[in-house]
Write a protein that binds this ligand. Sequence first.
Ligand code: F6R
Length: 242
Amino acid sequence: MNVIVCDTPEEAGARAAVLVAAILRQRPNPVLGVATGESPLRMYAALRELVRDSVDVSHLRVFALDEYLGLDPARPDSFHSVVHREITLPFGLHEAAVSVPNGIGTEKRVMADAAEYETAIAAAGGVDVQVVGIGVNGHIGFNEPGSPKDSRTRIVMLAPETLAANARFFTPEPVPPRAVSQGIGTILEARNIVLLANGLRKAEAVRAAVQGRETVDVPASLLQGHPSLQVFLDRDAASLLS
Ligand code: F6R
């Protein structure tokens, strides 16, 4: 694991983008895994500039980590909409090149689509670089504490800390209590993982993920053994690291 501590979130985003662009450039049919949330937004902005001239985006395939269960994908707060706004449109991608887990329909339908999502990732050749944020409780994707290391794309219950943290996107409505998320096993299969975290509120989760022991209680710690894990932090997020 490489931990890169930057002076500002902007610098962390810019440096992560250089790495992600370099990985995408090496591949004829690059596959990018994207997280939603605030943490990667600066990275995506910098990446857009970098890929504009140097990556043939007509061959770029994108898979998102997660989506709320039962949330209309047309709503602006759905992850379908976030990925459309932050990735599909600004990168100039075809809709068909960008996939987000389906959270609509019966549970049986959603579970069948989750299995197909795994198949689609594999059929695309696997993820070349997966971008992840980290929750205040150490979650990655919506893999909450207790998620097994070999978990796959499935329906999950959101933890109380996640509901509280994500209330800012839904107020005054409640945050949907369940989601569909790639599993930790799915994420670990990416050839490269780039984790981004900013701010003091992430400092304890970052410490536990980077310097704590590997445990299902801190899902991000399960990434520790990955052969290519790069962690980009601002000074605040890194403030509890020794
Ligand atoms: C979102 C996701 C989550 C977020 C995490 C941090 O697709 O997978 O794990 O990355 O909740 O969210 P922010 O970056 O908003 O603090």
